[in-house]
Design a protein around this ligand. Structure first.
Ligand SMILES: [Zn+2]
Length: 619
């Protein structure tokens, strides 16, 4: 009999920057599910990759002096690196700039949709947000601004584009979702989406004028138009498994698309519409995860608190990172990430509980040996419940139950004083229980569990759970998890910096961390005497600031918030004893302090409230 197949995907993140911890959450979640199903003996295919076209990449590449392809190659490599360092078991990595693997499928699907007369050309006038790289619907605008980019004014663009008749499939899609034929999990996100589309789905723009979107796949038969993100990026889920070649049917339909809550509507609106039009089966289920805050704060570049998981990996083991992400974030909800929590869980749960258990039992087994017996202890392990929690994506709860059993095992060693008695039968029960633990935990912390399997000589396979452990030669295990020392000083500095950060606005945290405390900050009253544009920079001004004894050149990201005239002759507070920094070939010496509101839509310079000489110190 052929093995049941299981096809799972992540979204493909936009390759304009290195990954952040939020995507690590998504890809680890998908990896745990992929590994779980392969543990069950299923034929698993796990796809991830990068979305690489679009105006933003085109412009950013230009700004840094690279070709768009060089620029996305570099960023895509970071995501590939992430899969390596987090021990992700993806079978393939799809890139939308791949002309062999991706383009033919996209063009083929477009042609089918066109043949169905579901693609038509019309003049379109809409608000285009360059932050989102998409048209924002009138009713979604807040005070005329995109809800995701409150500091960018959308541009009113009129052009002739190709449209996809999504409205034609609206009723059908709503019905399928209601009946769970296209399942959205958790349920609250299903309800959320259904209420969002209660007035029906509307047609969507599927192309853009080449003048505005020069970096993408050309529309078949129309050289002046380029495919917009949806027909390009969403199609990765079938090109990544071979479409248009029939071999894609081996894994299609997808069993699970894992998406962030901001991506849900595209995967349960536009994507099923395209598939219905083309007569291709729909994915079975879309599961939704929330967003991560860091230390209780929203991640943002200006706060300087964006966590790069590749950097994080340089400090911690893959399994410690995977564990904290799966252990603390409830499925479907937002959660918080902090290194403090990572260190605490690593030390108290992975090192003290699991690591200690394996090390004690292996040492005692080496010393006393084992004698086979019925394992009564393992009956406390709720295998069925744990399996069903994992299959319902409640990974944090599954880990909870697994670690309850780790506690039971440690208690068993304790209560029976096995280091004194050396009871070979009880030691066998423990070794056999550790085998069960390692099999259940493998999807979460694979490297550790593979080490355990070598110590106790068993195979990691769900079928092995029920089979009694064969007694082989056991040697004391090497230490599985090192306790991580908490760097108190570093933590103190960060806390201080966070406090300062809140008051000062624009200076980034890492820059203030160098100083650590108020006394060391040299802040002076200055006056902006010259404001200049910087070539190709749409955020930065080059400012010349008079601080009494000297004049300083500073680059500041104020362009979106002030015109040149508004800034000229304005007083400001300059952070002067900061290491100078090269920005766009200009040596920037210092930083201007400003107040920034929560969503970063407003930035206002801080000034003395009345006359005082330039160069006066702020205390
Ligand atoms: Zn936007």
């Amino acid at each position: 009999m052929k093995n049941k197949k299981f096809y799972i995907t992540t979204t493909i993140p936009y390759a304009n920057a290195p990954p952040h911890i939020g995507f690590a959450l998504e890809i680890v979640q998908a990896d745990v599910l992929a590994r779980w199903h392969s543990l069950l003996g299923e034929d698993v295919f796990f796809l991830t990759g990068t979305d690489e076209h679009g105006v933003k990449n085109y412009k950013m590449a230009k700004e840094v002096g690279l070709t768009p392809q060089q620029f996305v190659d570099k960023n895509s490599d970071y995501f590939r690196e992430l899969t390596k360092v987090l021990n992700i078991s993806n079978n393939y990595f799809i890139r939308t700039t791949d002309k062999k693997a991706h383009w033919p499928g996209v063009i083929n699907l477009w042609k089918i949709l066109a043949k169905k007369r579901d693609i038509y050309k019309k003049k379109y006038k809409g608000n285009y947000c360059y932050g989102c790289e998409r048209f924002v619907i009138e009713k979604d605008l807040i005070d005329g601004k995109c809800p995701n980019h409150p500091n960018l004014t959308p541009e009113l663009i009129e052009e002739e584009n190709y449209f996809f008749k999504l409205s034609k499939y609206s009723d059908k899609i709503i019905n399928l979702i209601k009946k769970d034929k296209l399942k959205i999990t958790p349920e609250k996100w299903k309800n959320d989406f259904l209420s969002l589309i209660k007035d029906g789905l509307t047609d969507v723009s599927f192309s853009r004028d080449k003048k505005h979107l020069p970096w993408g796949i050309p529309v078949p038969g129309d050289e002046n138009q380029v495919l917009y993100v949806w027909p390009d990026a969403l199609t990765n889920y079938i090109t990544g498994i071979g479409y248009p070649d029939k071999k894609y049917k081996k894994y299609w339909p997808a069993d699970v698309h894992v998406v962030g809550k901001d991506m849900l509507r595209f995967h349960t609106g536009i994507w099923p519409g395209m598939l219905l039009s083309a007569g291709i089966k729909l994915p079975k289920e879309v599961i939704v995860h929330g967003f991560l805050t860091v230390n209780g704060q929203k991640m943002s570049k200006s706060l300087g608190n964006v966590v790069n998981p590749i950097e994080l990996r340089k400090k911690y083991d893959a399994d410690s990172i995977r564990y904290i992400l799966m252990r603390t974030i409830p499925f479907g909800d937002d959660g918080d990430f902090s290194e403090k929590a990572l260190v605490e869980r690593n030390n108290s749960e992975l090192a003290d509980k699991l690591g200690n258990l394996v090390s004690r039992v292996s040492a005692l087994a080496e010393k006393y040996g084992l004698v086979k017996t019925e394992n009564k202890l393992v009956k406390k392990l709720k295998v069925k419940e744990i399996s069903s929690l994992i299959e319902n994506y409640e990974l944090d709860k599954a880990l909870n139950l697994i670690f309850e059993f780790v506690d039971s095992c440690n208690l068993y060693v304790q209560e029976n004083e096995l280091w004194k008695s050396g009871d070979k039968k009880k030691l066998y029960e423990l070794a056999d229980s550790i085998k069960a633990l390692a099999i259940l935990l493998w999807a979460f912390i694979p490297e550790t569990c593979e080490k355990i399997s070598k110590v106790f000589n068993f195979k990691i396979d769900f079928k092995e759970l029920k089979k009694p452990l064969k007694i082989g030669k056991i040697r004391k295990a090497e230490i599985l998890f090192r306790k991580i020392e908490v760097d108190e000083k570093q933590e103190e500095k960060v806390n201080k910096a966070e406090k300062i950060e809140k008051i000062e606005g624009i200076a980034t945290m890492s820059e203030i961390v160098q100083y650590g405390d108020w006394e060391k900050l040299d802040l002076r009253v200055g006056k902006i005497i010259k404001v200049e544009d910087i070539e190709n920079a749409d955020k930065l001004y080059k400012l010349t600031i008079d601080i009494g004894k000297e004049k300083r050149v500073v680059c500041a990201g104020l362009k979106k918030f002030y015109s040149k005239d508004e800034l000229k002759n304005k007083k400001c507070i300059l952070f002067v004893n900061l290491a100078s920094r090269m920005m766009r070939g200009i040596e920037s010496r210092g930083m201007i302090l400003a107040a920034v509101n929560e969503d970063e839509s407003k930035v206002r310079l801080i000034q003395p409230d009345s006359e005082i000489e330039l160069g006066a110190r702020v205390r």
